[in-house]
Every structure is written in C-alpha cells, then in structure tokens.
Design a protein around this ligand. Structure first.
Ligand SMILES: [Zn+2]
Length: 359
C-alpha cells in the first residue's frame, strides 16, 4: 500500500543533549497557561472555564467516494503576502480583478490561510500536510507559540489523531510539518501515533545535505526528527509521471519551491482534485504564473512547474485545492489570455461522521 524505505539519512541536528527537548523557559518566563491564569497573588479563585462555541462545520468537497475536508488552522496576517509574494503588488492585484473579494481585499492585500486537508480514501484516513502546529518556537511571529484548536477541528471532521493512517507531506517547510508533533512535557511526540508519514526521497535528501540555519534546525528537531525516530517516516521516489501510493492517491513531482516538492492528486469516482502544497501559494499566481515566492529554492523551475500544472488542469473539471488559498480555497482552472484564472468552487458543510463530535 504505502512503500516503506530504508532509514532516512541524518539531518544535522546540532549538539543537543536531547534532540526533541523543548527549549528551557527563560527566567521569569510564564507559560501561556500561567499568563492566562495569573499568579496566585493576582487571583484568589480559578475562573470558570469559558464555554466554547461549537465549531463551524468544516467545508468539504465530494469527489465520489472521497470527501476532502479543509481543516482550518489560522488565517495568516496581512503582512504575509508582501513578504511571501513580493511581486504581487496592489497594482498587480488591480490588474487581476477576479481576485476580489475572496482572494484579496480592497487595498490589494492578498489573503492567505494556513489549513490542511483530510480525507478518507478506501479505508485509509489521510492528512495532507500538518500546518504550523501549537507551541513551537519560531522566528516568524505569525507562527510562533500558536494555540489553535486545530486538533479539535480535525477530530470534529472525523479524524481523531490516533485514527489517522497516512500523513502526506508536500515538502519539509515549517508551516507544513508542524502538527507532526505535539508537546509532551519537555519533549515533542508524534501527534498521529499510528500514521505513516510520507514525503519524497528527493526532499529528504535535499535537507539532509543542506546547510541549515538555526531556525530550520530547530524545526527539524521538534517536528520531523521525532517522527523519523519513531520509525514513522517513509521516503518515496516520485518519478516524472508521478507515483500512486494507494488506490486513488497519486503524488506528482512539482519541484521548484523546494527540490522534492510534491502535489497530491486524489481521484474519486466522479471527480479528481489536486492539492497544491506550495507550488501555487495563491490564486494571484494563476493570473501571473511567473510570480514567485521569496522562498523558492529554484525560481525558474518553480515557474516551469506552475505553468505545466496549470496547463494540465486548464479547461478540466479537476478541482484545484490550495494549501494557502483563503476561502473558498478551491476552484477549477480556466485559461485567460496567456495566463489562467480560478473559478471558485466552494466546499459544502460536511455531514457529521460517526467519529466526529461536531455540534
Ligand atoms: Zn507553505
């Protein structure tokens, strides 16, 4: 079903006594929980826990035997667009009017989101990417020390962590591997204890031999190595034509953003969907396929990959599901002049599942 592979190579993790240990808090540091509670001097009684509003239903797309759920983590702040896609200026947005109102605001600021996708394919519960994660020490303030209800959303959609079978990682960047692990005391443990975690061998080998800065080293330590050390990481060779890893699930090589980046094709009885990962960050890149992100490892390859993917989808019924596309997140691709546009295809609230706890 899912190919296994030899133990992956070591990614340098520095001289840490415990590679998964969380950094010690600074003197005087208080955890978010402590800050919320206040010190004993500040309060005399524990406040009653707040009543949590019910989670809104997760949007989902039906492919015929496969339902793809979007699992929201966090909307990314407005400064994300100018940093990530610096050429996507307000003037470019003005020249791409179909981006408004969903994908850009009135000022031309791009909307971006962090979410993942979850689906059941045959008897496999599958997660595609794992977002930023909670409580991680990160240089990017928008990703640092998050406390989201992502896991509750995942469970409400029918995916309790201990029932996830397969985690597909489009690439090994911070905002795609975060929920691979969660804090357990001072350590980071796999969030999905039964799941095989799959990424491309090319991706692993790139980062295994790259010179890592401290931030990336930390990310591998807290979010990738614990999964590898638990024997849950599988590396897959992804040839040019793609590779089927389970009936209905094909990995497509989409290099450029990172060398071993993959997109994920899901083939249902009635419809096919492609999940972008970061080979397309935002719908503005349909209108302007040469517009790259500041973190593409090979910008020219990223453009060629994006054009080839969009060309293969243009005029078809295949759903393009964007890993950072804001709601409505999905659409079909149509040509427009020398470029493309996205015709939105909003998801529908998915019915509660036997394992879901929504409502
Ligand atoms: Zn990303």
């Amino acid at each position: 079903m899912v190919p296994t592979s030899p133990a992956p190579q070591e990614i340098p993790s520095g001289r840490q006594p415990s590679p998964h240990r969380r950094p010690a808090p600074e003197p005087g540091h208080r955890t978010p929980e402590e800050r919320e509670r206040g010190s004993e001097r500040e309060v005399t009684a524990e406040p009653a826990p707040p009543v949590r509003p019910p989670l809104p239903p997760a949007p989902a797309w039906e492919l015929g035997g496969i339902t793809v759920h979007r699992i929201d983590e966090v909307a990314l702040p407005p400064q994300t667009g100018p940093w990530l896609l610096p050429s996507a200026t307000p003037e470019v947005v003005d020249h791409t009017p179909w981006l408004r109102p969903d994908f850009a605001d009135g000022s031309g600021v791009l909307r971006l989101s962090s979410h993942t996708f979850a689906c059941t394919v045959g008897d496999l519960r599958v997660l595609i990417d794992t977002g930023i994660g909670n409580g991680k020490t990160r240089a990017n303030p928008a990703w640092h020390g998050l406390r989201t209800d992502y896991l509750a959303r995942l469970e409400a959609a029918g995916f309790p962590p201990d029932r996830v079978d397969l985690v597909l990682l489009t690439h090994l960047h911070t905002d795609h591997v975060g929920w691979n692990t969660r804090a357990d005391g001072d350590d980071w443990r796999p969030t999905f204890p039964r799941a095989r975690h799959v990424t491309s061998r090319r991706e692993w080998e790139h980062w295994s031999t790259a010179e890592l800065d401290d931030a990336r080293r930390q990310m591998f330590r807290d979010s990738v190595h614990p999964v590898r050390d638990a024997g849950q990481l599988d590396l897959v060779d992804v040839p040019a034509e793609g590779t089927t890893i389970a009936p209905g699930i094909r990995l497509l090589p989409t290099p450029g953003h990172t060398p071993g980046h993959i997109a994920v094709e899901l083939r249902g009885r009635t419809r096919t969907a492609v999940i972008t990962g970061d080979c397309v960050h935002h719908p503005v890149q349909l209108g302007h396929p040469t517009l790259g992100s500041c973190v593409d490892t090979d910008p020219a390859q990223a453009v060629a990959t994006r054009r080839a993917l969009l060309d293969s989808l243009a005029g078809t019924d295949t759903l393009l599901l964007g890993t950072h596309f804001p709601p409505p997140t999905a659409g079909v691709v149509r040509t427009q002049g020398a470029a493309y546009r996205l015709i939105p295809a909003p998801g529908h609230p998915a019915p509660a599942t036997a394992t879901g706890t929504r409502a």
